[in-house]
Design a binder for this molecule. Structure first.
Ligand code: PLP
Length: 447
């Protein structure tokens, strides 16, 4: 008998096809990425790292298995080593980095490994406040890192980083790391300005670009590694359109992590390798690394540049359409793929209610706190949405206009019926319209 799990996969395919994915951290992978991820590389153990020689003249087409495998704890690494090297080299090329570690299981693991590579327990890390757009892993008290390190939060002002506050805090606390990264922030950070501050105090400059890495790879967003930053972490499943996972890019000396290594900023690539394995992880997920390699290959193609450009164009179009319907956008608009709106102050409807109502019509996004939110985590005042997934489906301006219109119609229903009890028929009508449009745009690896 067929396992129920496979029925649920089929159900999920229908949900993904018929709805519109507006969660800014989600995307659709290609059939090739999916195939690599579902491959027999999942059978293999490969603790350690492949090939620390020959980084200079490496060529993935010509590479021979004999030059590989010098720091692995298991035999049978012939193919795995080549796959992981391909992932590493492509990641380095994408982000112009001296080094890439492609083993982190997720964005959270990538961040923890960097903290572990550079800090001692109790050391200070300056990072964006969660309530202002930072990520949980940047010091939220519910995380392990926050128990180990001493996080100092900085905030935003009018939707942008409060650079004066950041500088003041940096000079006062002398943190070991200054972290620029976020999950709900719509501006392009001034990396040069932060790098200048960091260099005054000798801090490690770390960027968590989990959300915008695809925009960086696509050339429509500055690369922190080209603006004085030493380390960049990212997830691979958001705008990069790869499998779920993380990577760490860095600048500096590259050598075998078996070597004794002095703790200097120049040695950060080596310290990071040590911190990922054996510091914080065991065996890497080589089937996921294979899928990362395939995704990075796609990200290096000219089409991906077009895609990145389109994501931002769509976000700007959707933002201005929403504004024309009276929605209030944090920061007054967007410079990336993200939109954050305060719906409580504008319409008197909290983010959770609005999220639930939009779910009923097949528009998926998430409730989100806005800077200075009084609603707390369970009744946040805002919602966060974005364009990476719908842009992958090939949608453009006409579709952005329709989405904004539906969002306003759903908001009108919420205002009239905040308990959402009497409005099923109205939701059904919009749901049919959403579905009809969605089905015109195929989902990669489903259709
Ligand atoms: C999504 C995200 C992460 C975490 O990634 P996971 O893969 O969910 O662990 C970390 N940092 C930022 C800024 C993110 O947006």
């Amino acid at each position: 008998m067929k396992d129920i799990v496979f029925d649920l996969i089929d159900e999920e395919k229908v949900r993904q096809k018929e709805g519109l994915e507006l969660i800014p951290s989600e995307n659709y992978v290609s059939p090739e990425v999916l195939k690599a991820m579902g491959s027999i590389f999942t059978n293999k153990y490969s603790e350690g790292y492949p090939n620390f020689k020959g980084l200079e003249d490496w060529d993935e087409d010509k590479i021979g298995s004999e030059v590989l495998s010098n720091y692995r704890y298991y035999g049978g690494q012939r193919n795995i080593d080549r796959v992981e090297r391909i992932a590493i080299e492509r990641a380095m090329k994408l982000f112009h980095a001296d080094h890439a570690n492609v083993q982190p299981h997720s964005g959270a693991n990538a961040n923890e490994a960097v903290y572990w590579a550079w800090c001692e327990p109790g050391d200070k890390i300056l990072a964006m406040d969660l309530g202002h757009g930072g990520h949980l892993t940047h010091g939220s008290p519910v995380t392990r890192s926050a128990h180990i390190y001493n996080f100092i939060p900085y905030g935003t002002k009018d939707g942008d980083i409060d650079y004066d506050e950041l500088e003041k805090l940096a000079l006062e606390h002398k943190p070991k790391i200054i972290l620029v990264g976020y999950s709900a922030f719509m501006k392009v950070p001034d990396f040069d300005r932060v790098a200048k501050i960091g260099k005054k105090i000798g801090a490690l400059l770390m960027a968590d670009m989990a959300h915008v890495a695809g925009l960086i790879a696509g050339g429509v967003h500055p690369n922190p590694l080209e603006h004085g930053f030493h380390v960049m972490t990212t997830t691979t499943h958001k705008t990069l359109r790869g499998p779920r996972g993380g990577i760490i890019l860095s600048m500096g000396n590259v050598a075998s992590p078996l070597k004794k290594t002095e703790k200097t900023i120049e040695n950060i690539p080596i310290l990071i390798d040590k911190a990922v394995f054996p510091g914080t992880q065991g065996g890497p997920l080589e089937h996921v690394i294979a899928a990362k390699a395939v995704a990075f290959g796609e990200d290096l193609k000219p089409e991906f540049k077009e895609y990145a450009k389109k994501i931002v164009e769509n976000a700007k179009c959707l933002a201005s359409e929403l504004q024309s319907y009276g929605f209030e956008l944090i920061g007054g608009g967007t410079e990336n793929h993200l939109i954050l709106m305060n719906v409580m102050d504008t319409f008197g409807v909290n983010g959770k209610v609005y999220e639930r109502a939009l779910d009923k019509v097949g528009l998926t996004l998430n409730a989100n706190a806005v800077p200075g939110d009084k609603g707390g985590a369970f009744k946040p005042s805002g919602v966060r949405l974005g364009t990476p997934a719908i842009t992958t489906r090939g949608m453009g301006k006409p579709e952005m206009k329709k989405i904004a219109k539906w969002m306003k119609e759903v908001m009108d229903i919420c205002v009239a019926d905040p308990e959402l009890e009497k409005s099923d028929a109205k939701f059904d009508k919009i749901r049919e319209e959403v579905k009809a449009m969605a089905l015109k745009f195929p989902v990669p690896a489903i259709d």
